[in-house]
Write a protein that binds this ligand. Structure first.
Ligand SMILES: NC(=O)N[C@@H](O)C(=O)O
Length: 196
């Protein structure tokens, strides 16, 4: 039996997550109420361009139809495995992908969720030395930079709804690449520092 590699989960912060994408978080307005610009007849503050929404496809240079922004909803079932096993990673080579939790019907409120990411390696596969696991709070959204490897979204405690935005043209090898990790490579995300 191969020795499991323990990957400690950490809190999601813009600085720690910067190599992988952006954190979308309005709480900056709590610390700096005058941030952004006035909106809605001065009844709101507006933060523009909180994350790029990038499509890197060489539009018009391939026979493929252009990609379109796909605004979609994910209803993620909770994943109970603890520690959480990382068995595959995926990427969207030409597009950012955004996930933003939306308030669900649960009286317990929207829970934390788990974001597992890795940079691309020189072999065009996940660089597992860069693998990180972040626990995101329900008021935080994220984007993945184009090409950043990530685990499919992980709801931790209860069914969680997410709004997602990604540029797609329905060609799988353009929209999404998936890599199964070797069966004898056991990577487990340690969530013991994060209770419900
Ligand atoms: N990223 C993620 O959680 N999943 C999507 O890429 C998908 O369409 O499966």
């Amino acid at each position: 039996m191969e020795e499991a590699i323990r990957l400690p989960a950490q809190h999601l912060t813009p600085a720690a997550y910067a190599p992988f994408g952006r954190v979308i978080d309005a709480s900056a307005l709590t610390q700096t109420p005058e941030a952004g610009i006035s909106a809605n007849q001065n009844t709101a503050r507006r933060l523009n361009a909180v994350s790029p929404l990038t499509n890197l496809r060489p539009e018009g240079k391939t026979e493929r139809e252009p990609a379109q922004p796909n605004l979609c909803l994910f209803r993620c079932s909770p994943r109970a495995e603890r520690p959480f096993p990382v068995r595959l990673l995926e990427r969207h080579p030409f597009s950012t992908q955004m996930f933003m939790p939306i308030a669900g019907p649960s009286p317990k409120g929207t829970p934390d969720y788990l974001v597992i990411v890795a940079e691309n390696g020189t072999d065009d596969r996940p660089n597992l030395n860069s693998l990180k696991a972040f626990v995101a709070r329900p008021w935080q959204g994220i984007t993945y930079h184009p090409g950043i490897w990530h685990h499919p979204m992980v709801a931790l405690h209860q069914t969680t709804d997410f709004l997602s935005l990604v540029w797609e043209n329905s060609h799988d090898n353009e929209d999404c690449n998936v890599v199964q990790l070797p069966a004898d490579l056991i990577i487990q995300v340690d969530l013991s520092d994060f209770s419900r």
